[in-house]
Design a protein around this ligand. Structure first.
Ligand code: FES
Ligand code: MG
Length: 658
């Protein structure tokens, strides 16, 4: 049977007794079966619905409101083609498009809603497998959580990172460049004309953030967990490789469904070891802090307890080796070109379990390959004629290599053979390496995936506890190189985001570099939705003096594309009586990174008295989804999932060991 005739042949099954779940809708001569068959025929499905071909649901989250997910629209056809060729019947259904850029207060408010959508589509419709088309930060974890609860065979395809804008001979990493540019504006080194040209350069087309933000991090972790084809997480938006990933995912998922092996269902794939691999990968990436919340939530859906302290212990052992912004200097296109996830896992060697299942059902070790690195090669050399466009602060040319990561060996522009530099295979003790380019440099990084012996940073994360964060808090060390490991300073406190925004750049703000900026009311219940408000801007009065970083603490989250000494996810949050909501300006805050502690210099009695005196107004205007959300959402240490969506009975629960 060949690919051309296969759609007309009965599908091959390893189990001859297998009938798809959807047969319950379609097979038989009752009036109900007739109604079901006619319904899909009226939707244009011409295949024989009684033939036993599986129905593969494509969850399409594309929208013009969400540029990160927009490229998914064109991937639907590629996926449908793959599904048909493998003997399945594709059906497309829309799901909520979660875009972090435009949604207020945050797309995170709707992650659990998306997961419910996916689960309920799967429950109510005749679907045998799920192909999740996702992109922006929350869309992939939300869809994956729903699929895990639905427990149908599942693969995901992402829209892929967008091309990089180019300004002043530097590539602009999404998010990261914006936070840097705003700091320059506040410090007075970027005038309003430069700010405008920056804005023009930043608008460089659809796709996800091209840095190691949450979308990129989650795409790579989804690959590691076995729900995305190996090596496809980083393929650029709009590229041939991206379309090919959608097509091949359609084939692989349909073949998986036809195989009818219970081992291919999410609740069997998501094991403690799989989550351990994901945590190791997260640390090696210096990836988004948001991924910690999403992994905890996903684990919770299948009855696995993932403790943030496990992440802390793994972080002490696994160095950050992805030299990608904001922890490093490169962009996701560099990571992809160096071999992507298979190369990262190869470099991590015995730190990951390569016997675990990849998305095609084969063990990960069959996909590993050494990182390819090409020092000094120009990665986004503009094509002839594109120079004017580039200098005017516009986009990278459409035919730049940025948009077309070609599989196979990389050949320099002059046609000479590329000479991959050994990465993982470098002799022990050899710490010589090509220096990294400065962030955003046109030439990219010399080694997007560094050897273990020459990391970008030794530790990715730290989990801090103390009387200010009894249930924990998180800091990404990989993007806080200037953090003072031991610091005591007076707090400057806002209990309202709006007030902080009004006051932060006040020329009379009483603040010094030792001050600890605190924002409460940004948690899952308080905001609600736990917005990315945790990177409080450096006050203009300090930025003008050359201050680029200071300690900041919040019960909210931070963008994965951001950086700085920001302690986020403080739990419990202010809205449920957490100590962060009891702070006053002037209270002394003490961080001890080595002891992993975060404390305020107040006695238990003082904190209790403040709690008793505290008036916590209930937001009066909440209705609908935000109201439901507030009532059921958990804290960061439980992944901010709803109490009624997490898995199972206590006996079914498993724990991830460090
Ligand atoms: Fe959508 Fe970053 S804002 S991927
Ligand atoms: Mg983000």
């Amino acid at each position: 049977c060949c690919a051309r005739c296969r759609p007309r042949c009965p599908p091959e099954r390893s189990d001859p007794m297998y009938t798809p779940r959807s047969a319950e809708w379609f097979v038989g001569d009752s009036e109900i079966s007739v109604m079901h068959r006619v319904a899909l025929r009226n939707s244009g499905v011409t295949e024989d619905l009684e033939s036993g071909r599986p129905l593969i649901g494509i969850a399409d989250s594309s929208s013009t409101l969400n540029p990160c997910n927009l490229p998914l629209r064109s991937l639907v056809e590629d996926a449908e083609r793959g599904i048909r060729e493998a003997g399945g019947i594709p059906v497309v259904f829309p799901v909520m498009s979660l875009g972090e850029d435009l949604m207020k207060p945050t797309a995170m408010l709707y992650r659990n809603l998306l997961s419910i959508e996916v689960e309920e589509y799967a429950r109510s419709y005749p679907l045998d497998g799920l192909l999740l088309l996702a992109g922006c930060d929350k869309s992939l974890p939300g869809a994956l959580m729903g699929a895990a609860s639905a427990n149908l065979p599942t693969l995901a395809v992402v829209s892929g990172p967008r091309a990089a804008g180019v300004l002043d001979d530097a590539r602009l990493g999404t998010g990261t460049a914006l936070w840097r540019a705003d700091h320059d504006r506040q410090s007075g080194t970027r005038d309003s004309a430069a700010w405008k040209s920056f804005e023009r350069a930043l608008a460089c087309g659809p796709g996800t953030c091209n840095t190691m933000g949450t979308a990129s991090t989650l795409a790579i972790l989804t690959e590691v967990l076995g729900f995305m084809l190996p090596g496809t997480a980083g393929a650029a938006a709009g590229s041939v490789a991206r379309a090919d990933a959608a097509y091949r995912s359609g084939i692989t998922l349909t073949e998986t469904v036809l195989r009818a092996d219970p081992a291919d269902t999410p609740q069997r794939i998501l094991t403690e070891s799989a989550f351990r691999n994901a945590l190791v990968t997260l640390c090696a990436l210096g990836g988004s802090p948001n991924a910690v919340i999403h992994l905890i939530a996903l684990a919770g859906r299948v009855g696995i307890t993932l403790d943030a302290d496990t992440l802390d212990r793994i972080s002490r052992e696994v160095p950050v080796i992805a030299d990608i912004e904001p922890a490093g200097a490169g962009l996701l296109a560099d990571f992809d070109r160096a071999g992507g996830t298979p190369a990262l896992l190869h470099t991590l060697d015995t730190l990951v379990d390569a016997d675990l299942r990849a998305a095609d059902g084969r063990p990960w070790r069959t996909h590993l390959r050494a990182a390819e690195t090409v020092p000094g090669r120009s990665l986004v050399a503009p094509a002839a004629g594109a120079e004017a466009q580039r200098v005017s602060g516009s986009v990278a040319p459409a035919d730049s290599t940025e948009a077309q990561p070609a599989p196979g060996p990389v050949v320099p522009a002059d046609g000479a053979e590329a000479h991959p530099v050994p990465g993982f295979d470098a002799p022990a003790g050899d710490t010589e390496h090509e220096p990294s380019a400065r962030p955003g440099h046109l030439a990219g990084t010399a080694r997007p995936i560094r050897p273990l012996t020459d990391p970008v940073a030794s530790e990715a994360f730290a989990v801090l506890r103390g009387n200010l964060a009894p249930r924990g808090s998180l800091i990404r060390l990989a993007t806080a190189p200037d953090l003072r490991r031991v610091h005591t300073g007076p707090a400057l406190v806002w209990h309202s985001y709006a007030q902080m925004r009004r006051e932060i750049h006040d020329p009379n703000l009483a603040v010094t570099p030792d001050t600890v900026l605190v924002l409460s009311g940004a948690g899952p219940v308080g905001a609600p939705g736990m917005p990315e408000w945790g990177v409080i801007p450096i006050p203009r009065v300090l930025a003008a003096q050359g201050v680029t970083d200071m300690l900041r603490i919040s019960d909210g989250r931070m963008s994965g594309t951001a950086f700085g000494s920001c302690i986020v996810h403080v739990s419990p949050e202010a809205a449920i009586g957490g100590p962060i909501g009891l702070l006053h300006t002037g209270d002394l805050i003490a961080l001890d990174l080595d002891a992993r502690t975060l404390n305020v210099d107040l006695t238990e009695a003082e904190l209790a008295a403040r709690l008793a005196a505290r008036v916590q107004p209930e937001p009066a205007d909440l209705r609908g989804w935000p109201l439901l959300y507030r009532r059921h959402v958990g804290q960061a240490d439980t992944g901010c999932d709803f109490d009624f969506l997490t898995a199972h009975t206590p006996e079914q629960r498993r724990v991830v060991q460090p």
